[in-house]
Design a protein around this ligand. Sequence first.
Ligand SMILES: [Zn+2]
Length: 119
Amino acid sequence: MEADDQQVCFIITVPPEQLRKEKDKARELRKSQWWKRQTAKGICHYCRRRFPPAELTMDHMVPLIRGGKSVKGNTVPACRDCNSKKKYLLPLEWDQYLQSAAKEPNTGMDDPVQSPEGE
Ligand SMILES: [Zn+2]
């Protein structure tokens, strides 16, 4: 509400209170059965490698800070590697990372179910 969010408007496009609300929602979503099912698959959405469910973190495909929501269609399980890379890489570098990650032959246990249930 205050004019002081001007100084950060080049990165932050949503008001801090909305951000907090979405983070709360993310926390709730993380406790849900739905999320447990996502992590139980043990597959990182981005690199498609397998991880113990405890090592998968919740990633927002559209970052909250860009107006993304904590909803099922926007949250995916991601390994720590991908999660931190996504934060620090430029969109273009991230694309390249995804392409190379997807090409890596993995365990061969690829799960064909990859489209998020549209809701
Ligand atoms: Zn990954």
